[in-house]
Design a binder for this molecule. Structure first.
Ligand SMILES: Nc1ncnc2c1ncn2[C@@H]1O[C@H](COP(=O)(O)OP(=O)(O)O)[C@@H](O)[C@H]1O
Ligand SMILES: [Mg+2]
Length: 314
């Protein structure tokens, strides 16, 4: 893409007191691009977002939004919409009433408010709940209404902080569709997430923030191909949790328990499918009968583990 960036972050440093949490972050975002900022808790994602929004002045370095400093120039802030992690809507007001209130706050001219509200509801698929008080909405609708509030003034850059925390799978897919729709209209989207599956499915580019430094950045497929080459991920699932003896055996096979599911174990193998067959035989022989073995391309999760364990991009 040759369009000029809507957001340019250059060498941004931020400290809380004497604790430096951003160590010179560079980041640039173009219209029509989805960028997922990944990183463990405490990596500095929210701090970076607050700096981009002009809530903090960087201790050094600069943020340019549409070519201007959002900490100083109000018009620069107006080109940005922020979706905070918590639902930030008036619970007793309806969706349409909320959006009208947010439009006024964002200084949308009074005459333009009804059309702006309608457009925001259409883009976030909340029209059918226009007249329902927010507190009566499902979690998924609340999330999308939260996005609607952030785009009612037509920002060129939309920032979402952890949009999928506590969102079930169906609601997440609806959320992803809304984000893609905005991207297709030319909005630049910056999101932070713990959800690597979402990031892999959604993001045109991802960046890994580790202890305040952006240590790896690029297109998911390119990064994965570069890190893993022809290796495949072998996933072994058991019906129950393996006992201590079983765990030792699995570790000896190079299998590692996945972070979120005790019954699911993983390893990388250059010889994917063939290795999975041999592994299955050995495990059965040892009395550890897998419920299922899957072979798939390595994911952002695998890449994230490498980055977190400092085996990549030192
Ligand atoms: N208001 C604050 N005062 C002092 N330290 C803070 C404050 N907010 C965040 N931190 C610290 O800064 C680091 C980065 O936090 P944060 O930006 O919230 O990370 P993330 O969003 O990636 O979880 C953490 O170590 C956190 O404890
Ligand atoms: Mg955060």
């Amino acid at each position: 893409m040759t369009t000029s960036p809507i957001l340019t972050v250059a060498g941004v440093v931020h400290a809380y007191g004497d604790k430096t949490v951003l160590h010179g972050v560079d980041l640039s975002l173009s219209p029509g691009e989805i960028y997922a900022l990944l990183g463990p808790n405490g990596a500095g994602k929210t701090t970076l977002i607050k700096t981009i929004c002009g809530r903090f002045r960087p201790d050094s370095g600069s943020v340019l939004l549409n070519g201007e400093d959002p900490a100083r120039v109000h018009a620069a802030r107006a080109s940005l919409g922020l979706v905070p992690q918590e639902i930030a809507l008036y619970a007793h007001l309806t969706v349409a009433e909320n959006l009208a209130a947010f439009a006024s706050l964002a200084q949308v001219p009074r005459k333009a408010v009804p059309a702006a509200v309608q457009r925001a509801m259409e883009l976030t698929r909340t029209v059918d709940r226009a007249h329902v008080p927010v507190r009566h909405l499902s979690g998924g609708y609340q999330r999308r209404a939260n996005i609607a509030a952030a785009i009612v003034h037509r920002p060129a850059l939309l920032i979402l902080d952890e949009p999928t925390v506590g969102v079930d799978i169906d609601a997440r897919e609806a959320l992803d569709a809304v984000i893609r729709g905005l991207r297709d209209l030319g909005v630049a989207v910056l999101l932070t997430t713990h959800d690597l599956e979402q990031a892999g499915a959604l993001a045109d580019r991802v960046g890994f923030l580790r202890e305040g430094s952006l240590v790896l950045e690029g297109q998911p497929r390119t990064l994965i191909a570069k890190a893993f080459g022809l290796q495949m991920e072998v996933l072994v699932e058991f019906s129950g949790e393996p006992d201590a003896a079983g765990e030792i055996l699995l570790a000896a096979e190079g299998l590692v328990r996945t972070a979120h599911r005790a019954k699911l174990w993983t390893r990388l193998d250059a010889d994917g499918y063939a290795a999975a067959g041999r592994l299955d035989k050995r495990l059965r022989k040892a009395g550890l009968v897998p419920r299922e073995i899957r072979v798939r391309e390595p994911s952002l999760q695998n890449l994230f583990s490498l980055v977190a364990e400092r085996k990549l991009a030192a």
